[in-house]
Design a protein around this ligand. Sequence first.
Ligand SMILES: C[S@@+](CC[C@H](N)C(=O)[O-])C[C@H]1O[C@@H](n2cnc3c(N)ncnc32)[C@H](O)[C@@H]1O
Length: 338
Amino acid sequence: MPGHTAIRYIDLFCGIGGFRYAMMDAAKRRGLTATCALSSDIDKRCQKAYAANFGETPLGDITAINGDDAPDHDLLLAGFPCQPFSILGHRKGFEDTRGTLFFEIARILQAKKPAAFALENVKLLVGHNRGRTIARIMETLAELGYHAEFRVLNALHFGLPQKRERVFIVGFREKRAFAWPEGKVEMTPLSRILEKNAPKEYYASEHIRRRRLDRHEPTDEPTIWHENKSGHVSAHPYSCALRAGASHNYLLVNGERRLTPREMLRLQGFPDSFRIVGSYFQTRKQAGNSLPAPVAAAVLERVMAACGWGRDSKLLDNGHLHAGRSLGDHGQSQIDGL
Ligand SMILES: C[S@@+](CC[C@H](N)C(=O)[O-])C[C@H]1O[C@@H](n2cnc3c(N)ncnc32)[C@H](O)[C@@H]1O
């Protein structure tokens, strides 16, 4: 559909809208009007946060959405959950994915045949079951008539001070000249992400702080200290991947305090205009489950370019942009308002 100036997309497993921000950003850069025709997430708290920010309450359980009833769309987006894929057996393709949430995506692709899709999942998916799981997914997508490919991308290479590796899978009904983003964006320094006067409640106990200091030297520049499962503490000028279910003190700023909800959202590239409506624990889970929006925006911009949607744009990821650039529709930097 070359020359398109307006497209429709659907936002499945939408969480708190990481893909949606990415879509808004990429579409804006290409002068494209992108309308969300359907969003879905089973989690009521995510629905509430999404509604507070995008003015619509997502539909619930995707398994209850009939493929034929889904609205027509050009682009399907889905950051589907990293549920265990051990369920995939020995048969090939589509039928074998039944019982997984990937199957729900596949049946909507089958029913609605959008021109393109972009999916996101954890890096582990690529190595799972010695590569058989991703192979089965790719086979299924080919069986549905899509030219699909996948790549692991790291948020650190797209301006975010967070080491977060995720697999993106993109696919096109017609063969397209698609090129993955290069990821040469300068990293935003942590000092521009961290809030100046974090409230006392975020500080770890004296006992925990001392235990950290026993194992690591503080530095002048801010660092985020990460304790792994075996108790080893490392400190970096970026964050290790936010995780929804991590222990309370998994990441400590300068070895002394937890990240605030706003900092976690910034680490995922959400704009400060994002309204936080849940508790600390809910936002921590939501931010940990979310996707790094600038990475997704760079991928989507390439998908739009490959489909010939909108006008040519100076690509997001080619290293010419300033670190900490804005995301979203508000024209406000993610670091404003600190
Ligand atoms: C990895 S998170 C995706 C987050 C999203 N990409 C974002 O940026 O916030 C997966 C989401 O799938 C949702 N989910 C799990 N099972 C679902 C189902 N059966 N129907 C709809 N959503 C579901 C979860 O509630 C969770 O928010």
